[in-house]
Design a protein around this ligand. Structure first.
Ligand SMILES: *Cc1c(COP(=O)(O)O)cnc(C)c1O
Length: 385
């Protein structure tokens, strides 16, 4: 029997070995991994530079309390702030913790309580971040939730214009809803969000846990929209597989957190910082991001090619290497077929196939993946409809 809580519907596959975009299971079967640990291993599995940085740190010191100075936290924070609208960083261990810190900072800084979020959003599983998440399937059975979270329909500027009141601490959103179905924000909606923040005196929190760290071809996805967030949250791809999270805030907010306001034992751990620093040095290089954009465009073309005329496909959308294939039917059977044919892909909601290849994927691997998708769709076409 299993000694694990059954919190995940696990596939009958165990990845024993992985390098780059290729993962190998318990039977020696090879897959192209277009999940990347859910947008975590953005440099591919076992990146040599990240590995080297962690190994060097392993020989020096593994853990020290945040009561001590940390130059590696400073250096990693500098990379994050130089590539975003933020000026200071709080390090933690996960996306939920980064969002938790953002919500705490927004309330403390503004002295207000309400947080406006959006339906189909996903912000995490802790009480505050679950309350921020606009999906009842995440809430069910755990009530009462935290008070003062309100949900509006996503990409609905009019609904936002109708909000009034003087108790809004923040508007919080993903600029591409990940778990909610790979749904990008429209530019007009982002403009409406900015206006609403100004009108309500609310901070703008952008959850970049899935979209950040080069995933969409820019350091952070909000940069496609000319947005200017007060707080950005990051995790998933931040340390290429080592657990790490970060809450990045503007300088005006810095003094609202003082010694004792917030903290964590493991956040900013030297091994995690060694991994994060090595990861960011590679991904935030403009030449690297330029190549990501070139390849992502090519990937979209390849998909349009193999899926053209496929009746089951309604839409291909996303940005950079965060790609959603909207089907007219359940995604699970096709995802199982993809796995059989050697491609790992994720669902996003019931009817979307989500592709999150490593940013280092090669042109040959992209072509092979597109071929598997075309073949799998043809194979399952009869049985699915
Ligand atoms: C995954 C995710 C989170 C939660 O991150 P954890 O590290 O699992 O706590 C929060 N927000 C978004 C947008 C995510 O994709």
């Amino acid at each position: 029997m299993t000694h694990l809580f059954p919190t995940y519907a696990r596939y009958d596959v165990e990845i024993k070995d992985a390098k780059g975009a290729v993962a190998v299971d318990q039977n020696g079967k090879e897959y192209l991994d277009f999940i990347s640990g859910i947008a975590v291993c953005n440099l591919g599995h076992c990146d040599e530079d990240v590995k080297k940085a962690v190994k060097q740190q392993l020989d020096k010191v593994w853990h020290v309390s945040n009561l001590f100075q940390s130059s590696i936290q400073e250096e990693t924070a500098r990379l994050l702030t130089e590539n975003s609208s933020g000026d200071a960083v709080f390090f933690c261990n996960s996306g939920a913790e980064a969002n938790e810190a953002a919500i705490k900072l927004a309330r403390k800084h503004t002295g207000k309580s309400k947080i406006l979020t959006f339906r189909q959003s996903f912000h995490g599983r802790t009480f505050a971040t679950m309350s921020a998440t606009g999906q009842s399937k995440i809430h069910d059975g755990f009530g009462p939730l935290l008070p003062s979270f309100e949900y509006l329909p996503y990409n609905d500027s009019e609904a936002l214009e109708q909000i009034a009141g003087d108790d809004y601490a923040a508007i919080m959103l993903e600029v591409i809803q990940g778990e909610g179905g790979v749904v990008p924000a429209e530019q007009t909606f982002m403009n409406a969000v900015k206006k609403a923040c100004t009108r309500l005196g609310a901070l703008l929190i952008i959850d970049e846990v899935q979209t950040g760290i080069g995933r969409t071809g820019k350091p952070f996805a909000y940069q496609h929209y000319g947005a200017d967030p007060d707080i950005i949250t990051s995790a998933k791809g931040l340390a290429n597989g080592f657990p790490a999270g970060a809450m990045i805030g503007k300088k005006e907010l810095v003094s609202s957190f003082q010694p004792g306001s917030h903290g964590t034992t493991f956040g900013g751990n030297p091994l995690a910082m060694a991994a994060a620093k090595a990861t960011l040095e590679k991904i935030f290089d403009p030449a690297f991001l330029e190549d990501v954009n070139r390849k992502a465009e090519k990937m979209t073309d390849l998909l349009k090619n193999v899926l053209s005329g496929a009746e089951e496909v309604e839409d291909i959308r996303g940005k950079g290497f965060m790609i959603g294939i909207q089907l007219k039917q359940e995604a699970a059977p096709l995802i199982a077929e993809l796995r059989l044919n050697g491609l790992l892909a994720l669902p996003a909601g019931p009817t979307v196939i989500r592709l999150l290849p490593p940013l280092t994927v090669t042109d040959e691997e992209m072509s092979a993946a597109a071929d598997i998708i075309g073949k799998s769709l043809r194979e399952t076409a009869g049985s699915l409809s």
